[in-house]
Design a protein around this ligand. Structure first.
Ligand SMILES: [Zn+2]
Length: 240
């Protein structure tokens, strides 16, 4: 009995939910062994070229005539391996705060601002707005971001299922728990926002209620029976 009382007290203390997200670095779409082999070959040729160029000059006869060509070939192989081994795509974040791409800053679309998620060829196209209401289109490649796309679809199906236009039978990578780097997020700044239902401004933090799925913010007395994302009124809690 004492044990259950203790756990109830603990649950009350931690009723403010913690916000988190996962961060995914892009993967190269090139075969990783090819990148490694090319990089290694480049390094060996560079070494041989440098030896041919420098070692003989320390003895007699001057550098070997073809050594500069070896140096150049080694440099090219190394450069190509670096070029195909690094992807131009930015890192992707998925979690409570929505979907974000790190590209010249962070482009973020909260779940409540998503209008549509669809798969076009090898990319997940996410259209909607940013938190300020400006139109935003995010594109996440299934090639350079297999786990990020899998997690976007998994989270979106749970949070905003009616807006996901990705057929169930399409073959995406399975979202694995052990992927991405977990990041703890700060609480939502609710003061200064307006209620998503009545438009009433939130001036006092305890007056705000937040939808745990899409993070729409409501004034405590104006919470609708169901959030626009589909979450029930009972799910919408004292948040931040
Ligand atoms: Zn919602």
């Amino acid at each position: 009995m004492a044990k259950s009382n203790k756990s109830t007290a603990k649950a009350t203390k931690t009723s403010k939910r913690s916000r988190r997200e996962r961060r995914f670095e892009p993967e190269s779409s090139a075969n990783p062994s090819l990148v490694k082999a090319l990089g290694a070959a480049g390094a060996v040729i560079l070494g041989a070229g440098a030896y041919g160029q420098l070692a003989p000059s320390l003895r007699e006869g001057g550098p070997i005539s073809w050594a500069p060509w070896l140096l150049a070939a080694g440099a090219v192989a190394t450069a190509v391996s670096v070029w195909i081994g690094t992807s131009a795509d930015g890192a992707v974040r998925v979690g409570d705060a929505g979907i974000a791409i790190e590209k010249r800053g962070v482009l973020r679309m909260p779940w409540h601002a998503v209008k549509r998620i669809a798969l076009k060829g090898a990319a997940l196209e996410i259209s909607g707005t940013n938190d300020a209401g400006d139109p935003l289109e995010l594109s996440v490649s299934t090639r350079s971001h297999p786990q990020a796309t899998a997690w976007v679809v998994r989270e979106a199906r749970r949070r905003i299922p009616s807006l996901v236009e990705v057929p169930e039978d399409v073959s995406l990578a399975e979202a694995r728990e052990d992927t991405g780097r977990a990041i703890a997020l700060e609480a939502i700044q609710v003061v200064g926002k307006v209620c998503a239902a009545g438009g009433k401004p939130i001036t006092y933090e305890p007056d705000a209620r937040i939808c745990p799925r899409c993070e729409r913010i409501y004034f405590k007395d104006d919470v609708p029976d169901a959030c626009a994302c589909g979450a029930a009124k009972s799910e919408i809690a004292l948040g931040s």
